[in-house]
Design a protein around this ligand. Structure first.
Ligand SMILES: Cc1cc2nc3c(=O)[nH]c(=O)nc-3n(C[C@H](O)[C@H](O)[C@H](O)COP(=O)(O)OP(=O)(O)OC[C@H]3O[C@@H](n4cnc5c(N)ncnc54)[C@H](O)[C@@H]3O)c2cc1C
Length: 467
């Protein structure tokens, strides 16, 4: 991963806008650039361009969208930005949070109208930290459906995606203008391509144990459930180009990955009244703060696992999510008709029965939670109970290249590099500096909104209007 002198390049072709990475950010960037009149090419290291995006639930927050209005949900970018600031304890850039919040609705409507992504509002439950129901997703609520629709639009627009093309080096001159890149094919052969603008859409460094060891050692013991091909290349290049890098310790964790199965159990099961216990049958945190920070709390428990306990009503409500259906099919979800049976099916000690009774008291408002959770906001759990064993997981990293409102990569002095753009996991997110600032949906908001903005701005730049 080096920055090489353009004089050492053997360019075999020229494409005005090159994009590194074919996940959600890369494909939206390509579609927007092409729509704006630029010729564009996507380079993807894998055999199929899917990325973390295809592993995701595919939910994108978009305050003020027409989908919300149709359901009479009164929301605004300002309300969403306030939620982001609360979640990050004011430790992210407010202007960027508000900017992305404002871009949410135009992005989602563009995805629906221009890219034909079949989106609808998730109005069945409120994600933790969101004041309004503002998540938009595909019919089965999967990132693979989102990527499927984006690929169809890519094909319709005759955009080329070269797979098995790992970008290994960039060519940049003294003023850090990118002249092109070098890609390496599986047989070791290399090809140099020239460009006028480059978009880094190759996500963060969750797939690099080396970088995790350096920047986020607390999450090394968690189960990695992200895209292994994301090795921090954008950050390495950015560093060498003098780009500003921020929030390098930030990441999206998850406290509900079905143990040994790698199926995410959506946090709705907790928000609606479920709770988690460790091997002693006792709770260990306020699970409702958010799923990201819960990952580290689980990693700190004996065996690095926990059991999520909920009930039949929650189980039925969860069935709208494809991932949950997968968990049912994989036999991860256990059933118990009594608290004794719950101990038997989980193998947990009788202390679990006390925990269950305490949670019931808290749900009825008769007891205050030592961890500060308000159980009266959820449902009161009733038999039959449901249980799933989970591990704490790392999904993706949130720190990265600092960009402006057009996704241009900035130097530390806030001036933009001449022709470099970044979005999605390659760019600094709006999650603050650690694990507790990640608000559901902010990964794909940064991927799709910044991807689209990068595509539009890069097209302008190469047409001469954006110089
Ligand atoms: C289980 C799970 C559920 C999630 N659910 C949600 C959700 O509902 N909502 C939400 O907002 N976020 C969610 N996220 C987070 C979200 O998926 C990510 O924030 C988002 O997908 C990042 O998009 P991206 O395009 O930046 O990266 P990716 O989708 O990972 O794409 C990056 C691509 O770059 C390629 N690449 C890397 N390096 C190179 C290189 N050197 N050369 C060529 N190609 C390269 C990779 O192979 C990859 O295909 C979830 C994540 C997980 C794991």
């Amino acid at each position: 991963m080096s920055i090489l002198s353009p004089s050492s390049a053997k360019f075999q072709g020229h494409v005005p806008v090159l994009i590194v990475g074919g996940g959600g950010c890369g494909l939206t960037a390509a579609l927007a650039a092409k729509q704006s009149g630029a010729e564009v090419l996507v380079l993807e290291r894998d055999q199929t361009a899917l990325g973390t995006t295809a592993m995701s639930t595919g939910l994108i927050p978009a305050p003020g969208s027409r989908f919300q209005r149709a359901k009479n949900i009164d929301d605004s970018p300002e309300i969403f930005a306030a939620d982001i600031m609360t979640k990050t304890k004011n430790a992210t850039d407010y202007d960027m949070a508000l900017h992305l919040a404002r871009e949410g609705a135009p992005t989602v409507e563009w995805l629906a109208d221009y890219c034909n992504v079949p989106l609808s509002l998730v109005d069945s439950f409120l994600y933790p930290g969101h004041a309004k129901m503002r998540m938009h997703g595909t019919p089965n609520r999967t990132g693979s459906e989102l990527m499927g629709a984006l690929h169809q639009a890519i094909e319709r627009d005759s955009i080329d995606v070269i797979t098995e093309a790992q970008v290994t080096d960039l060519f940049a001159d003294d003023v850090k203008r990118i002249h092109g890149l070098r890609m390496t094919r599986p047989d070791g052969s290399q090809e140099d391509l020239e460009c006028d603008a480059l978009i880094l859409a190759c996500c963060g460094f969750a797939g690099s144990r080396e970088m995790l060891q350096e920047y986020i050692p607390e999450i090394l013991e968690a189960t990695f459930f992200g895209h292994p091909g994301n090795k921090g290349d954008a950050i390495k290049w950015g560093r060498d180009l003098g780009a500003d890098i921020a929030d390098i310790h930030a990441y999206q964790g998850h406290g509900g990955l079905a143990y040994g199965q790698g199926i995410p159990i959506l946090w709705a099961h907790i928000v609606r009244g479920g709770f988690q216990v460790n091997a002693y049958g006792v709770r260990f945190s306020n699970e409702a703060r958010g799923y990201s920070e819960q990952a580290v709390d689980i990693v700190a428990q004996p065996g690095h696992w926990a059991w999520s306990i909920f009930d039949q009503k929650i189980h039925d409500a969860m069935k709208e999510f494809d991932d949950y259906q997968d968990a049912i099919k994989a036999d991860c979800i256990r059933t118990a008709n009594t608290d004794d049976e719950l101990c038997a099916i989980t193998g947990l000690p009788p202390a679990l029965k006390d925990t269950l009774a305490q949670v019931a008291e808290m749900a009825h408002g008769q007891r205050v939670d030592a961890f500060g959770r308000d159980f009266t906001k959820g449902w009161v759990l009733e038999a039959p109970f449901r249980a799933v064993k989970v591990s704490g997981a790392l999904f993706h990293t949130q720190g990265g290249l600092v960009v402006d409102k057009n996704a241009r990569v900035l130097r530390a002095d806030k001036t933009p590099l001449p022709n470099l753009f970044a979005g999605g996991g390659a760019a600094r997110g709006i999650s603050g500096p650690g694990n507790s600032g990640y608000l559901a949906g902010n990964g794909l908001l940064a991927a799709t909104a910044l991807g689209r903005l990068a595509g539009i701005a890069a097209a302008k730049l190469v047409s001469g209007q954006g110089r």
